[in-house]
Ligand binder design. Structure first.
Ligand code: SAM
Length: 287
């Protein structure tokens, strides 16, 4: 990926999420349970309350969009944006099914949204900003779209040592694909914004003040390692991107090797995969 231009990275990411859209949507109940405390902290971090207009970037199938829509109520609204039209279609359908008529969707790259200046009270991005090869551009878009005094809050994965399952998936996938180990902080990759201090620096560079970052434990609790792998196989597009280059037998060998290693997180009460997220937040200063 490092030899690819930002536009090439985004084209590959879009294509991968177009393929994983249905899988990510089907996994919504598991994802909701996994991320519920972190999502609530993100919404609090962006100071989201009744009546607000909120920008949700890289919204995916809209799980957090629906939480926002409920929080802002009928007097407020959410614009859910994503680079993948297919996944955003699920967000729209999920909102309709939930009876929420205050959700709009717009397909768009977070780095080039070109929304009306100062038209939102708050902006969020849950597990999407790290896929942007130039995340500063996306933060500048959020800053521009916010009204003075508005708040942004973003959730990303922290360092590799606090997200060991991702490390296992990536290193095993690379090894089986015959690829050399990668810099875990490579732009546009799952852990790209986990480097300590990086996200704060980007928020400040985009113009935000009162920037803070906190760590949130987000253990993924499932009955077994097989359940985690079935989540990954249907919805974790970065891993699928790496394994996509292998023939079927080699892919199966890679999945079997991952399963062996992931068994380490099995406990008598079920499988618990440790994850840690960073929640960064900042304010567009009031003029
Ligand atoms: C891990 S999913 C998260 C979706 C949703 N926010 C959630 O937490 O359920 C990552 C999402 O980021 C989107 N994405 C990746 N790169 C993007 C970009 N440059 N602009 C907008 N969306 C992007 C993908 O299409 C995908 O829907």
């Amino acid at each position: 990926m490092s030899s690819m231009s930002p536009e090439q990275i985004k084209a590959a990411t879009r294509q991968a999420w177009e393929k994983s859209a249905g899988g990510w949507n089907r996994q919504t109940p598991q994802i909701h349970a996994w991320l519920a405390p972190a999502t609530a902290a993100m919404l609090d971090g962006a100071h989201i309350s009744a009546g607000m207009r909120v920008l949700d970037m890289a919204a995916g199938a809209g799980d957090q969009t629906l939480d926002i829509a409920r929080r802002v109520g009928s007097g407020g609204s959410v614009l859910a944006t994503d680079i993948s039209a297919s996944i955003l279609q699920f967000a729209q359908e999920n909102a309709q099914r939930a009876g929420l008529d205050n959700v709009e969707t717009r397909v768009g790259d977070a780095e080039q949204l070109s929304l009306d200046e100062a038209s939102f009270d708050a902006a969020v991005c849950r597990l999407g900003l790290m896929f942007c090869p130039e995340p500063l551009l996306a933060l500048r878009q959020a800053y521009r779209a916010l009204k003075p005094g508005g708040h942004a809050a973003v959730l990303v994965f922290s360092e590799p040592q606090h997200n060991p399952c991702i490390g296992i998936l990536m290193s095993t996938a690379l090894q089986h694909a015959g690829l050399p180990p990668r810099d875990p902080f490579q732009p546009g990759s799952l852990l790209s914004l986990g480097k300590p201090g990086l996200l704060d620096a980007l928020f400040r560079e985009a113009g935000f003040t009162d920037v803070t970052t906190s760590r949130i434990a987000a253990p993924f609790r499932l009955p077994s390692a097989e359940d985690y792998l079935s989540f990954v196989r249907t919805s974790a597009s970065p891993i699928m991107q790496m394994l996509g280059q292998l023939d079927a037998a080699a892919q199966e060998a890679a999945w079997a090797a991952m399963k062996d290693k992931l068994q380490a997180f099995q406990s008598p009460s079920g499988w618990v995969g440790p994850n840690e997220l960073l929640l960064s937040q900042g304010t567009r200063p009031a003029q």
